[in-house]
Design a binder for this molecule. Structure first.
Ligand code: SAH
Length: 398
C-alpha cells in the first residue's frame, strides 16, 4: 500500500461485483464521512477480511463517486500506468488512424478503456480530453504527459465537465502543442464536418453517431423527404443530402444552428437554397407540419436527454413517447423514424416500450428494421453495460 492511499472496506456483495470487473464506485460504498475525501484520492478497496480487491480513485460524478483503476495489487497509479492504458487504447484504433476517409473518432472511452471519468477524441491531428470529475482532472499531469508520449499531435485541447465550488470552470481549452485554426474540417466516411475545439463543451459533431449517419446516407435517404429534429449543426441532414434526399428540413431552436448547418452544407457542396433550416421549438414545428399536412419519409429524432426551453422541459425518460407520437403524425406510410437517445436512465427494452406505446396510441403499425448502439471506438466494458448509453432504432411505419 502506498502512503497516500485511503482504505475503503466494502461488504461481500460489493466485493464480488468489483472482483467481477464492475468499475464504478457507487455512492453506497462510502459512508457519509467519506464524502469529505479529497477529489483524486487513491482508494484501496478491501473486503471484510482486509484482502485487496482493487485500487481506484475518488471523483464525484452524477453516476458515482469514482472508478476502479486496477485489480492488480502491485500496480501503482503513475505515469507508466497511464501510458500503458493510452498506448493500448490507441493501438485498438489503429484501423481508424490509418483510414483516409475518417479523420475524427474517439481514442479513449472512459471505463471501457480502463479509466472512468476521462474520454479523449481525435480530430485530424488534434486531441480533445474531457474530464468528468475534479478527481480525474487531478491526474492531468501524468495523463497529458502519457498522451504526448504515445501520440503524435498538432495540438491538445481539453473540456472540463465538472463543477468546482458549484460553478463550471470554463478556462481556456487549449493545453499544449500548436493552437488550431477553427473551423477545422474533419472527415467521416468521406463527409466533411466543420468543428470548433475551442468553443464551449460541444465541438459541432457527435462522434458516436458515425455508423448511423453512414447508414442514413447509404440506405435510407435516396429520394426521401427528410425531417431532422434537434438538428444542432445538421450532421444528419448532411448525411441525408449526400445520400440523395429529395429535401432535408433541419429543426433546432438554437439560433446558432442556422449558420452552423449552412456551413456544413457548404463544405459538402450541397446547395443550401435547396434545403430548409428552421430555427424553432420542434414541438411547435410538429404542430405546424400537421396543420400544413406536411409528410416526411424519414424523420430523425435525436433529442438531448434533458432540455429546457421557454415553454417546457423535455426529459427523454418521461417524454419520448409523446415525441414519437408527434413524429408518427408527420411520417408517411412506409416512412422510417430514426429514434435515438443517449439517456442512460433507461435501457433499450424500455425504449422499445416507448415505441410500442406511441404506435399504439397513434393506431399505427410498425417494424423495427435495425438497431444501433455505440460504434466500436466508443469501447465499453462488458462488466458495465450501462456505459453503452446510445440506443438507435430504425422504425418503419407499416
Ligand atoms: N442530433 C444532433 C445533436 C443534437 S444536440 C446531431 O446529430 O448532431 C441537441 C440539440 O437539441 C441542441 O442543438 C439544442 O439546441 C436542441 N434542442 C433542445 N431542445 C429543443 C427543442 N425543444 N426544440 C428544438 N431544438 C431543441
Amino acid at each position: 500500500m502506498t502512503s497516500d492511499e485511503v482504505v475503503l472496506p466494502v461488504d461481500m456483495k460489493a466485493a464480488k461485483k468489483l472482483r467481477d470487473g464492475y468499475p464504478l464506485l457507487h455512492k453506497e460504498l462510502f459512508d457519509p464521512s467519506r464524502h469529505l475525501l479529497k477529489e483524486g484520492t487513491l482508494l484501496r478497496l478491501e473486503d471484510e477480511r482486509g484482502r485487496f480487491i482493487a485500487r481506484g480513485y475518488f471523483g464525484k460524478q452524477n453516476k458515482g463517486l469514482g472508478w476502479v483503476l486496477t485489480q492488480e495489487e502491485a500496480e501503482p497509479i503513475n505515469l507508466a500506468f497511464f501510458t500503458g492504458k493510452l498506448k493500448a487504447a490507441l493501438a485498438r484504433r489503429s484501423d481508424l488512424y490509418r483510414s483516409t476517409h475518417t479523420t475524427a473518432f474517439r481514442v479513449f472511452n472512459g471505463e471501457g478503456d480502463g479509466i472512468g471519468g476521462l474520454t479523449i477524441d481525435y480530430y485530424d491531428g488534434f486531441y480533445v480530453l474531457t474530464w468528468y470529475s475534479e478527481g480525474i482532472y487531478s491526474f492531468r499531469g501524468p495523463i497529458i504527459e502519457a498522451l504526448t508520449n504515445v501520440a503524435s499531435y498538432q495540438g491538445i485541447y481539453q473540456k472540463k465537465r465538472f463543477a468546482t465550488d458549484g460553478k463550471y470552470v470554463d478556462d481556456k481549452d487549449f493545453v499544449c502543442g500548436q493552437e488550431g485554426e477553427f473551423p477545422l474540417y474533419v472527415k467521416e466516411n468521406e463527409m466533411l464536418f466543420a468543428v470548433y475545439l475551442d468553443d464551449g463543451p460541444m465541438t459541432g459533431i457527435f462522434l458516436d453517431q458515425r455508423d448511423v449517419r453512414k447508414q442514413i446516407r447509404d440506405k435510407y435517404a435516396r429520394d426521401k423527404r427528410v425531417l431532422n429534429t434537434f438538428s444542432y449543426t445538421g450532421a444528419f441532414s448532411v448525411a441525408a443530402a449526400l445520400g440523395g434526399a429529395k429535401q432535408t428540413t433541419s429543426v433546432d431552436l438554437a439560433n446558432r444552428s442556422q449558420p452552423r448547418t449552412e456551413e456544413q452544407f457548404l463544405i459538402n457542396d450541397i446547395q443550401v437554397e435547396d434545403e430548409r433550416i428552421v430555427v424553432m421549438d420542434v414541438f411547435r414545428y410538429f404542430a405546424y407540419a400537421r396543420k400544413k399536412e406536411l409528410r416526411y419519409d424519414l424523420v430523425i429524432l435525436d433529442p438531448p436527454s434533458f432540455a429546457r426551453s421557454k415553454k417546457r422541459t423535455f426529459t427523454a425518460a418521461k417524454d419520448y413517447t409523446n415525441l414519437l407520437r408527434d413524429a408518427i403524425s408527420v411520417t408517411a406510410k412506409h416512412g422510417v423514424i430514426v429514434a435515438s437517445t443517449n439517456a442512460s436512465t433507461f435501457d433499450r427494452k424500455k425504449f422499445k416500450r416507448f415505441v410500442a406505446e406511441a404506435f399504439k396510441a397513434e393506431k399505427c403499425s410498425y417494424t423495427i428494421r435495425e438497431e444501433y448502439g455505440l460504434p466500436e471506438d466508443f469501447k465499453t466494458s462488458s462488466s458495465y453495460p450501462e456505459g453503452n448509453y446510445l440506443k438507435v432504432l430504425f422504425i418503419e411505419r407499416t
